[in-house]
Design a protein around this ligand. Structure first.
Ligand code: PLP
Length: 449
């Protein structure tokens, strides 16, 4: 595409004048004006092209502008752009069927929402009504969304401004050996002690007060901490023992990201409710939802479910989901994530860790990887302090700027960079991105002790 700086300047000026951006001090941000995107790349108006190792906010699992999905959206728009949720509509029925066929166990009914946060809101409401209990247990180092209930469940600084006792949330520590809260030295210890901590938390909160335990199957934004073998099965057991609803949040980890359709498949665990969004249609049209077990669906078989949304199961969003799931199946996108994750990303990142003292740990699976950057490998002191801003965040800012200079748009959260490209990324694109990361990590190395 031809550069057009003048058009870019107009886009930027209107943005700066009128767009109020998420999670930001409005005058301290400098959003890039984006002219277009295709596959794993996007470009600005000045002729700069970037390889997108963020998949947007980890949702373009089939990349940008997949022609089959664009065509399906156009076709649906021409036929029936919208219709109210109380009716049976072809694209809605078909999307629900395709999702239910892929979700684990007996999660066979789908309640559609507009995104991830409202999926969490509804999962919690279902759990509360199903159990007649109020409290929700969630993990520190988690993100569940920006609405009242979901942000209160979140275990990162984005919650602090909205903390509210009325959300009825209690936080606990999930396993994370690299920064163990349990003085563990092995995955087995970490797993056993994290389960003991969770069960004790349930006991002291009062088992009869806990409606749900909600976990990201693999925590995403908080750092891609793959749970140790046995942990999720152990949480399932605790939930069964005390009659607690087990909710897995697969908004980020679902739809191929981990190299399986759902992350739960990799751990052979079946929750009672599972939330999804993002990858369900690669985010081409807003869509999320809750997959519901037989027992919980039964609770609302003869009693109305007190919840809904104008756009629940929006035909355009559902047509995009049908097409996306079709593309993923036909083009082996899930298999691609598993194969290239194991054959290219894992060895590539491991080699970077060997060369760069700023890399403390490499972890992940599929197309879902994190590099934990540290000032000191021995003490594991993070490259920047928790929740650092301004000057204190300079090392991560320098790392990010270096990656962009080398044509890579990196995902950065606190002292981590995540490698989360589209699940249909090619081997050549991954190698290009790994080379850019190599150069950017050389900059991060300058801040190590
Ligand atoms: N849950 C998880 C695990 C997420 O990663 C996110 C978003 O990043 C959400 C929920 C919230 O989704 P949304 O931003 O679509 O409301």
């Amino acid at each position: 595409p031809q550069p057009n700086p003048q058009a870019g300047a107009a886009v930027k000026a209107a943005d700066r004048a009128h767009v109020f951006h998420s999670w930001s001090a409005q005058e301290l941000i400098d959003p890039l004006a984006v002219a277009g995107a295709e596959g794993s790349y996007f470009w600005d108006y000045d002729g700069n092209r970037y390889l997108d190792f963020t998949s947007g906010l980890v949702y373009t699992n089939i990349g940008y502008q997949h022609p089959k999905v664009v065509a399906a959206i156009q076709e649906q728009a021409g036929r029936l752009t919208t219709f109210a949720p109380a009716f049976a509509i072809e694209s809605r029925s078909e999307a629900a069927r395709l999702i239910a066929e892929r979700t684990p166990g007996d999660l066979d009914k789908i309640f559609f929402t507009n995104g991830g946060a409202d999926a969490i809101e509804h999962a919690v409401r279902m759990a509360r009504l199903h159990t007649g209990r109020a409290k929700v247990l969630t993990a520190y180092r988690s993100y569940h969304g920006g609405t009242h209930q979901a942000v209160n469940m979140t275990g990162d600084p984005r919650r602090w401004a909205s903390d509210s006792a009325s959300a009825g949330v209690v936080h606990f520590w999930a396993p994370f050996l690299y920064r163990s809260r349990f003085y563990a030295e092995t995955e087995e210890q970490e797993c056993a002690r994290a389960l003991e901590h969770l069960e004790t938390t349930v006991a002291f909160e009062g088992p009869g007060t806990v409606a749900a335990i909600v976990l990201e199957t693999i925590p995403g934004t908080a750092g891609i901490m793959v749970p140790p073998p046995g942990y999720l099965a152990g949480v399932r057991e605790i939930c069964d023992k005390y009659g607690i609803v087990f909710v897995l949040d697969e908004v980020m980890a679902g739809f191929g990201r981990t190299g399986t359709w759902f992350a739960a498949d990799a751990f052979d665990v079946v929750p009672d409710l599972m939330t999804f969004a993002k990858g369900v249609n690669s985010g081409y049209v807003p869509l999320g939802g809750v997959a519901i077990s037989g027992a919980i669906a039964e609770t609302f078989a003869r009693r109305p479910y007190p919840g809904g949304l104008t756009y629940s199961g929006h035909p355009l969003a559902c047509a995009a989901a049908v097409a996306t799931i079709g593309v993923m199946a036909e083009e082996g996108v899930v298999e691609n994530a598993a194969r290239l994750g194991a054959s290219v990303v894992e060895p590539g990142l491991t080699a970077l860790a060997e060369r760069h003292p700023s890399v403390g740990e490499v972890r992940g699976m599929g197309m879902f990887w994190a590099l934990e950057l540290v000032r000191d490998r021995e003490t594991r002191e993070p490259l920047v302090p928790y929740n650092a801003t301004g000057e204190a965040n300079a090392p991560m800012a320098a790392f990010g700027a270096a990656a962009k200079k080398h044509g890579l748009w990196p995902f950065i959260n606190m002292s981590r960079t995540h490698v989360v490209p589209p699940c249909n990324v090619t081997e050549a694109e991954l190698k290009e991105g790994l080379a850019a990361l190599d150069a950017a990590l050389t900059v991060a190395d300058e801040y190590t002790v």
